[in-house]
Unconditional design. Structure first.
Length: 133
């Protein structure tokens, strides 16, 4: 909801307090932010893929015990290696996570921080250039 997005915008603003006054620094900070999110998503997804491949998810049996439809459908899709490789990109750029549903939030964080970096770049480059005139 709104409060979650507001939290992401404020955290992106606070994170962007370092100087983003050139387009190259904007690009570097955005790429670093992607990799900061990418590695945890990939390694958590790799663990889930490994457990799924080894058949260590017992959701079908457990869901019958609790009569829970949501739990029954969790990890019911066949998770492929290609899905694992694409997981960080799908999660961060499209908000789709086949491995861990709460990761959709990272998409919002990635977009919000990129917007904050870009706004800070615009403010510092345009505003200061305006003051120099």
């Amino acid at each position: 909801g709104f409060w979650l997005v507001l939290f992401f915008v404020i955290s992106g603003y606070l994170w962007a307090q370092t100087c983003v006054d050139r387009f190259s620094s904007f690009c570097i900070k955005s790429i670093c932010r992607f990799f900061r999110f990418c590695f945890p998503v990939f390694f958590a997804s790799a663990l889930i893929w490994l457990l799924s491949t080894l058949g260590l998810f017992h959701n079908q049996k457990t869901s019958m015990l609790f009569q829970n439809q949501w739990f029954q459908e969790a990890y019911s899709d066949k998770l492929s290696f290609l899905m694992l490789v694409r997981a960080p990109f799908d999660t961060l750029f499209f908000g789709v996570s086949h491995f861990n549903n709460p990761y959709y939030v990272l998409h919002d964080m990635m977009i919000a921080s990129s917007i904050i970096y870009f706004l800070q770049y615009l403010f510092l480059s345009v505003f200061f250039n305006f003051l120099m005139l």
